[in-house]
Design a protein around this ligand. Structure first.
Ligand code: ZN
Length: 281
């Protein structure tokens, strides 16, 4: 079986320090968490930005500070910036993190409900954002909350906007969207084009069980406080504790952990783009 890529969704848009004091929100906190998670075996980091009041923001300056600090403390890791809509709905604003030329960005290829909102990604917006990915050469991670989002990604690939191999992340168990069941994970993982890679982001209580399933199935894993604030025993989680748990489970099963460069190969990342983001900071 191929080596396991461990991704960490460090902060997200919804969690607060009140919900879990271990949530990293400042550039220093985020980078320190990246370093600890890297030391524990994680290689890919899904990064959001928070303003001085800890509210979600798409301010590129905050993204820049976060990336600069991460690259200082853990230069070899893969950085993936979020293009999610909770921090703002303007198309150009949402695309700005991709224009900073990180190695990867997130890309939700469809609309769905999330607590309190419609997570809107219209066909026109998807073509626009896909165009930005095409233009910049940044690799999208396709965030799949519902089955149809796979079809939309394949459509964008056929139109030449995004290049294979596609990398999918199945976000399962978010209230309002596809439940975090093994059946759904199996179905989605069998519904993507041959040669694609995939990870699972189980939300809440689904995080650790679906991660364990993905490790056995040959997929990859995303954990982190964006998706889940608790350890299975109900105590507050932290990003490093979640990574340690995944690495331990993988070790018991006999699945080796990918280094950052091994993850780049598995994901088909272009090595010449590895440090391109540095020129933008
Ligand atoms: Zn996110």
């Amino acid at each position: 079986m191929k080596k396991l890529i461990v991704t960490v969704a460090l902060t997200g848009n919804v969690p607060t320090k009140k919900m879990n004091p271990n949530l990293p929100v400042t550039a220093d906190e985020i980078a320190a968490d990246v370093r600890r998670c890297r030391d524990a075996g994680a290689v890919l980091f899904h990064v959001h930005a928070r303003d001085a009041e800890q509210k979600p923001t798409l301010d590129v300056n905050v993204y820049k500070q976060n990336v600069r600090r991460i690259k200082e403390l853990a230069p070899e890791v893969i950085v993936q910036l979020s293009t999610g809509a909770r921090a703002g709905k303007d198309w150009e604003e949402r695309a700005k993190p991709v224009r900073l030329l990180p190695e990867m960005g997130s890309f939700t290829t469809g609309s769905n409900n999330l607590p309190g909102i419609v997570y809107e990604n219209s066909p026109a917006f998807m073509e626009y954002l896909a165009g930005v990915y095409q233009e910049t050469g940044v690799k999208p991670e396709i965030e799949v909350f519902e089955t149809g989002m796979i079809n939309n990604a394949v459509f964008l690939e056929k139109k030449g906007f995004i290049a294979p191999p596609l990398h999918f992340d199945f976000v399962l168990g978010a209230p309002g969207s596809m439940p975090g069941t093994l059946k759904n994970l199996q179905f989605l993982s069998e519904s993507i084009p041959a040669g694609s890679t995939w990870s699972v982001a189980g939300i809440g209580k689904a995080e650790i069980p679906l991660s364990a399933a993905a490790i056995v199935m040959g997929g990859h894993v995303r954990v982190g406080l964006e998706d889940n604030l608790y350890l299975p025993d109900g105590s507050p989680a932290s990003n490093p504790l979640l990574v340690e748990k995944i690495v331990r489970i993988a070790g018991e099963i006999g699945r080796e952990i990918a280094s950052p460069d091994e993850a780049r190969l598995l994901l088909g990342l272009n090595p010449i783009y590895k440090d391109r983001v540095l020129s933008m900071l």
